[in-house]
Design a protein around this ligand. Structure first.
Ligand SMILES: Nc1ncnc2c1ncn2[C@@H]1O[C@H](COP(=O)(O)OP(=O)(O)OP(=O)(O)O)[C@@H](O)[C@H]1O
Ligand code: SF4
Ligand SMILES: [Mg+2]
Length: 327
């Protein structure tokens, strides 16, 4: 079987909390805890979960903006967690990011053309920079005239197109999209999602797509992982995850999505997710979801469930979703 393109293997990310004059470490934020995931080349992989569950931290670890406390990340057969200094440069050329707020990630004093040209120059692009800028803008559905506009002269959707053009300028293989459409109006979101889908096919891109909106993730992503308090609770193909969720947390997230049909929505009862997400400074013992789980059992308070394969391609970390017995 082919090696996965991106393999996240047992990755934990802990941030030290320091206090006092001596800046002694007094605690640790366990933002990501023992996460293992694999992405195949050319697929769109979704990461979902409530705010603070570690999605951005995991994405930043893949981007090598944050160091893993434990575990390793393999990209195209190479362990990228061990790379340092100049050895990281080839990796940085293959992985790009698109963030939520293009307004804050684009320099307000630079025109769109210059923003993209800057990246081309940093990566020592050997061709005609201006022609390449126009080509990249065109790929993202923007005409030549956008090269001469400042970010504030564009709409949110146009700015995000510039952000995507900038990400594409290094000709990456993997793009990390962290809430890339979350700040946009619904109609604009659909256009940017269509653009991302089109680019994926045209350029054989792989996406790690983080999103709050489950319907967008379902539409765009081939496979999805649901995170809670830094851990993966369930992972499956989008179709399987949304049609046959096995983890109570996944069920609650899906249940919270309103039905677009007002008549169907009017008769629906939602099982509200009670309570707040506990602090990653002091996660609950046993299953970290147990204080909020509607079907928690005694064992859930003491024994942390492992992420077990239920059916090929579908795994869940829950004592109530045991894998089928083999004997
Ligand atoms: N540099 C840091 N130092 C200390 N704690 C951090 C740091 N970065 C993130 N955290 C904490 O790690 C946890 C995970 O945060 P993260 O931003 O990864 O979550 P998220 O799933 O992306 O949330 P959101 O949906 O709100 O973007 C949070 O408790 C956050 O406060
Ligand atoms: S392990 Fe227990 S508490 Fe955790 S999700 Fe499953 S049933 Fe709920
Ligand atoms: Mg985030």
């Amino acid at each position: 079987m082919a090696q996965p393109f991106l393999r996240i293997e047992g990755v934990s990310v802990h941030f030290p909390v320091r206090k006092g004059l001596l800046q002694r470490q007094v605690a640790e934020v366990k933002a990501v805890e023992n996460v293992s995931l694999s992405l195949n080349r050319g697929e769109a992989f979704g990461l979902v979960g409530e705010s603070g569950c570690g999605k951005t931290t995991l994405a930043r670890t893949v981007l090598r903006l944050v160091n893993a406390t434990e575990g390793a990340i393999w990209f195209d057969g190479q362990n990228i967690t061990e790379l340092k200094g100049a050895a990281l440069a080839p990796y940085r050329k293959r992985v790009a990011a698109v963030f939520q707020d293009p307004f804050s990630s684009l320099n307000p004093r630079m025109k769109a053309g210059a923003i993209i040209a800057e990246v081309l120059k940093v990566h020592q692009y050997s061709g005609n920079v201006n022609a390449r800028v126009i080509e990249l803008l065109g790929l993202c559905g923007l005409s030549d005239r956008f090269a001469d506009l400042y970010p504030h002269q564009m709409s949110g959707g146009q700015r995000q197109r510039v952000g995507i053009a900038r990400a594409l300028s290094i000709e990456p293989d993997l793009i990390v999209c962290d809430e890339a459409v979350s700040a946009l109006d619904v109609s604009i979101q659909a256009q940017i999602i269509n653009l991302l889908e089109d680019l994926r096919v045209r350029l054989n891109l792989t996406y790690l797509f983080i999103g709050h909106d489950l319907s967008i993730v379902r539409h765009l992503c081939d496979r999805v992982a649901v995170m809670y308090l830094g851990r993966v609770m369930e992972t499956a193909t989008s179709e399987e995850l949304f049609d046959n969720p096995q983890h109570p947390y996944t069920r609650a997230l899906i249940d919270a999505v309103p039905n677009p049909d007002p008549l169907a929505e009017a008769g629906r009862e939602h099982v509200a997710l009670k309570g707040e997400v506990p602090s990653p400074l002091d996660p609950p013992k046993g299953c970290v979801f147990h204080p909020r789980c509607p079907i928690a059992m005694e064992v859930c308070r003491t024994v942390e469930p492992s992420l077990d394969i239920l059916t090929p391609g579908h795994s869940a970390a829950c004592h109530a979703a045991s894998p089928p017995q083999t004997n």
